[in-house]
Design a protein around this ligand. Sequence first.
Ligand SMILES: Nc1nc2c(ncn2[C@@H]2O[C@H](COP(=O)(O)OP(=O)(O)OP(=O)(O)O)[C@@H](O)[C@H]2O)c(=O)[nH]1
Ligand SMILES: [Mg+2]
Length: 361
Amino acid sequence: MGFNCGLVGLPNAGKSTIFNALTAAGAKVESFPFSTIKTNVGVVAVPDPRLDRLSALYPEKRKVPTTLEFLDIAGLVRGAHAGEGLGNQFLAEIRNVDAIAHIVRCFEDPLVPHVDGSLDPKRDIEVVELELLLKDLETLENALEKIRRRARAGEREAQKELELLERVASGVKEGKAVRALGLTEEEGARLRGLGLLTAKPVVFVANVGEEENDYSRAVAEAARARGAGYVAIRGKLEMEIAEATEDEEERALWRREWGIEESGLERLIRAGYQLLELITFFTTDGPEVRAWTVKRGTKAPQAGAKIHTDFEKRFIQAEVVPIAKLLEMGSLQAVKEAGGLLRVGEGYEVQDGDVIHFVVA
Ligand SMILES: Nc1nc2c(ncn2[C@@H]2O[C@H](COP(=O)(O)OP(=O)(O)OP(=O)(O)O)[C@@H](O)[C@H]2O)c(=O)[nH]1
Ligand SMILES: [Mg+2]
């Protein structure tokens, strides 16, 4: 699995539409608000032309892409924390996601009502952000209540946690996202179990009907101001293309016809990988040619653990070749003969595009 991503936004922003464009899962899309009640979950293969070309060198092996999971939840409205609309309980379903895609409506359509009567991306973004902050405050206050009890009972560990939680809660009360509080990596790790929503990286998705417009430019601006990712997707059109055929080549043809060079999925993945600092490595062992996702900076044994815990525990060395080189030479044998195979130890940092064979005891 590459990463998983929760879709948030106002009702009728086009979350389910974008979800369908990304996953072709056929979730219900309606012109009235709150059409999504039960969360939709969809898994997609990460398209990667490098994997396609690598797999062409091994026609007898199965091609296994790395995957991504998307969660499409109900719409948030102003006052959701106080029970408006469908409330905010459903946000618990995305507390474990790695990233958030914040879908913002940037298309005009008199047949699709806006909960606030008009389109205003800046205001719309702030409404959703406030509700996410209030959900985090709720989570933090619950956690604080428990930790205070433990601290009063004299637990030293609890005292330390209390200090951190109080500091985070006071930042959130001031309207600051947890990710903007300048926490250390260690503090972030201590908070992870709480699943705080505003601690997660965000990609803003402008759902544009046709092309980028003043609305989507406002979304891009908001993304820039927050150091967040940004993509514009023609949600409705891409959903229709995704649902018209299962054939990837045919879909690409349709997209080109409509002037879309690269699918929304591909662009969202690129933004997500950048934001989460993810890279892809490949393996060709056994019956599969396969892509794997790890965080940049991951060492060889820990990358191996993705495949099998033994690969970490019994790691001896890894044989590595950059995929570009392997594709250029045409076979692993040719790479070996040319002395191009790198033998690396446990301190080796995996690079994007490495083809790796793990040698274990
Ligand atoms: N004209 C136009 N309509 C769109 C576009 N994207 C979505 N819609 C329409 O907007 C309406 C709402 O879309 P949904 O995808 O159901 O919105 P949602 O955000 O999932 O809404 P809730 O589940 O109610 O929160 C539907 O009627 C869609 O067909 C677009 O790019 N252009
Ligand atoms: Mg929906």
